[in-house]
Design a binder for this molecule. Structure first.
Ligand SMILES: [Zn+2]
Length: 338
């Protein structure tokens, strides 16, 4: 199948993955610390309307690019489990979780906010995206994988304790960080968010929890119009002007993220990996290239190896120009694996 056939059939069939679960790479003792790939067909069935940019084809574009780059074949593949309500309740209110379960439609679309809707598969997709991130934590904490990449949707970083927003229903990186703290007793978890949009949901959840450091770069002023002046010693917000290139990003990371992370000494590193700051992503309006994703991945890998025994869990957030999304995600994953 060529790319077009795969994408076309995957949109129609809600997911035709290139490797079936049963074909997961067998693990030899010597290859114990491979990079893991967590995904699920249900995440490709969540759809918010034909014209919505957060579309099933995004996930397939990422998987296709990983396959074309020869990376997927070297990864251990896991199906994303559903997060439990108890896992979600560490970062979302019980009332909010119950509201989302109640609003899940049996047919058609239910609008949660201006940008986010649920179809009959959205609840399962969101639960599995959060579950993937939590499983990723389990895999790196129990040394079953060195690094993990979660190719899931909907994204999560705009979801706050009580609110959906910006295509996000549950906050997967927050679920993962809270899981690492509750399940494994970690004291310090860092989240690095390089999506073009501010990780406002993640900040909302952890603003007053110094066990979690959030480093978030974002175009400003821009949606969600937050982050420029709300940071503190563990919320490192680095706004970037519209149109700025990867060099501007590298400068704020070098000047602000890396010193903060060096002082914080994270025991686990989680990426909110959005690829919508890419030059070709017209919705994002920044001008990064694949090299910039390689650079940030390498820089934070050094941090993870210095302080966190190399543990990295990366979770897909935004990225809407399908070709650039696939190439950028493949560059990021390759840098994780190298
Ligand atoms: Zn984004």
């Amino acid at each position: 199948m060529n790319r077009r056939t795969i994408l076309k059939s995957s949109i129609a069939l809600a997911g035709t993955f290139l490797l079936k679960s049963g074909q997961a790479t067998t693990m030899r003792e010597s290859e114990k610390l491979q990079t893991a790939y967590i995904s699920h067909l249900a995440c490709a069935k969540h759809e918010m309307g034909a014209q919505h940019p957060e579309q099933p084809a995004r996930m397939l574009a990422v998987e296709q690019a990983l396959y074309d780059a020869g990376l997927l074949q070297k990864m251990r593949r896991f199906d994303a489990p559903k997060a439990s309500k108890a896992q979600l309740a560490r970062v979302h209110s019980r009332a909010y979780i119950e509201r989302i379960f109640k609003q899940s439609p049996s047919a058609g679309l239910v609008q949660l906010d201006a940008d986010t809707a649920m179809n009959p598969y959205s609840l399962e997709a969101a639960l599995r995206a959060s579950g993937a991130a939590a499983l990723g934590v389990d895999l790196v904490m129990t040394q079953q994988a060195a690094h993990v990449f979660c190719n899931t949707r909907p994204p999560g970083h705009h979801a706050g304790r009580e609110s959906s927003a910006g295509f996000c229903i549950f906050n997967h990186v927050a679920v993962a960080a809270a899981h690492a703290i509750a399940q494994y007793g970690l004291q310090r978890v860092a989240i690095a968010d390089f999506d073009v949009h501010h990780g406002n949901g993640t900040e909302n959840i952890f603003h007053d929890d110094p066990r979690v450091m959030l480093c978030s770069s974002f175009r400003h002023p821009y949606y969600p119009h937050s982050g420029a002046d709300s940071g503190n010693h563990h919320i490192i917000n680095t706004p970037l002007a519209a149109g700025s290139n990867g060099q501007a990003f590298r400068e704020v990371v070098t000047k602000q993220w890396l010193p903060a992370l060096a002082q914080f000494k994270p025991q686990l590193l989680i990426f909110s990996a959005g690829f919508d700051a890419h030059l070709e992503d017209k919705m994002g309006g920044l001008a990064w290239l694949e090299d910039d994703y390689q650079w940030i991945t390498e820089q934070l890998k050094l941090v993870a190896h210095q302080h966190a025994k190399g543990r990295i869990v990366s979770v897909l957030e935004g990225g809407y120009a399908l070709n650039a999304l696939g190439r950028s995600a493949a560059t990021h994953v390759k840098s994780l694996m190298d």
